[in-house]
Design a protein. Structure first.
Length: 437
């Protein structure tokens, strides 16, 4: 296997070894943005190596934030904060493929006293932005778009506080509005109907902001007061759990496999992945738990067992939205199969991930029922190697590299370079921990 435009994945007979993951993508984005509007310098170790998080750093530099890579620590950066007032960019802010960059940074740009434009690649230009345009406009920003899609032209202002119940379950939208709340008069209240990952809330507290959070039914309510100043921090970002999902699922394919994942993110709002994998049959133990700025990290020891099955629906679909592609990719190898419901959000990711998963599984000979909001994939199926497409989507490329490990014959994945969006080292690491059949 090589990380290039296409890779060939050959069947394996086991997975063994240790994998230290680059910094969590969700945390890296948020820390870089908040470090940029903090006072003083921040040192961030184990910053994500993915292209999406590099897009966030590039945008912050265009907004006057100085940062540099530091020697002596793996993937460490030092960010010199500008405070809440950023510099007028000389040109459009290029978010690349990163919806996280565009959605969350919009909350900060909405509070600036200048006009900025945010652009992205072809994939990002198709993704819905009305979910942030509506509430930010209600706060006083003026936002132009292409019928609710990028590019976005944001004219910031002195924002008004907002009392907002999100119609779409999205941690990115929540973080966007909390960031905007820093620039608003008085207190903003954000309510989410289903609880999503809380990296934005924890990051704000790490940088010195005060906010209140309380559970409300299956969701949560967060309040943040405007006008707060942030201060720089020193932090080590735990390993990316969404990237770890691919190696965890690879381990699940082989009874007796053994894998160690040190310094991995253990945030409770992301823990549902581990619970589902244990339900399916992967044996997981956690040691060396530690807390860094509110984020939990630990070492995972995993061992493969008999694969069962699962249903992913409701709040689980929201919690596992990034991990569903790889769970679906290994579903044919389970005994009872996997059913996914309430996951319509997958239709508007970097690709239509529901259609992409169904297409590639069928090319490998699997039976799949595709639904508007999910998939039903029967178990006890035998898959064969095939020529597959990443559809320009990093999670599809990596998910089917995992599925190919138990297929009969070689699998060719086109567009494999898309893995660099979140995890450039993925294919070389996967090769290191797999034993050829």
């Amino acid at each position: 296997m090589e990380n290039q435009s296409q890779v060939i994945v050959r069947p394996a007979r086991n997975v063994r070894g240790s994998v230290r993951l680059p910094g969590d993508k969700s945390i890296s984005h948020r820390y870089a943005m908040l470090a940029g509007i903090a006072e003083g310098s921040s040192r961030l170790e184990n910053y994500s190596t993915g292209a999406d998080c590099a897009s966030t750093l590039a945008c912050m530099r265009s907004l006057g934030v100085e940062w540099k890579r530091k020697d002596g620590a793996e993937n460490a950066i030092e960010v010199k904060g500008c405070g809440l007032a950023l510099a007028v960019p000389a040109g459009p802010l290029d978010c690349g493929n990163s919806g996280s960059t565009m959605r969350m940074l919009s909350g900060i740009l909405a509070g600036q006293n200048f006009t900025s434009e945010m652009v992205g690649d072809e994939s990002l230009s198709r993704r819905p932005m009305q979910r942030i345009i509506k509430p930010l406009s209600a706060m006083g920003a003026q936002i132009g778009s292409q019928q609710g899609r990028p590019p976005l032209r944001i004219t910031g202002s002195a924002l008004q506080a907002i009392d907002y119940t999100m119609p779409v379950t999205s941690a990115q939208v929540k973080s966007c509005l909390l960031f905007a709340g820093l620039f608003a008069k008085c207190e903003s209240r954000i309510e989410e109907p289903l609880r999503t990952r809380d990296h934005g809330e924890l990051a704000l507290r790490a940088f010195g902001a005060e906010l209140s959070c309380r559970s409300k039914g299956q969701g949560s309510e967060i309040r943040i007061r405007g006008g707060q100043r942030l201060r720089g921090i020193e932090a080590r970002i735990p390993g990316d759990l969404s990237s770890a999902a691919f190696f965890l699922c690879a381990s699940a394919l082989f009874p007796g496999s053994r894998l160690t994942l040190p310094d991995l993110l253990m945030n409770p709002t992301r823990a549902r992945l581990l619970e589902i994998l244990m339900q399916i049959g992967l044996r997981i133990s956690v040691t060396q738990l530690d807390e860094i700025h509110g984020e939990m990290a630990g070492t995972l020891e995993v061992e493969g067992g008999a694969l069962k099955g699962a249903t992913i629906a409701g709040g689980d679909s929201a919690a596992l939205i990034d991990e569903i592609p790889v769970l679906a990719a290994i579903a044919p190898y389970t005994e009872q199969g996997i059913e996914i419901r309430d996951a319509k959000e997958l239709r508007v990711k970097e690709s239509d991930r529901i259609a992409a998963v169904a297409t590639n599984l069928r090319r490998m000979g699997a039976q799949v029922e595709e639904r508007e909001d999910g998939l039903r994939i029967p178990g006890c199926q035998i898959l064969h190697g095939a020529e597959l497409d990443s559809f320009g989507d990093h999670r599809i490329a990596m998910a089917f590299a995992v599925a190919a490990l138990r297929a009969h014959g070689e699998t060719l994945i086109r567009g494999a370079e898309s893995a660099a969006i979140s995890y450039p080292e993925f294919f070389s690491v996967l090769q290191q921990i797999t034993e050829p059949s």
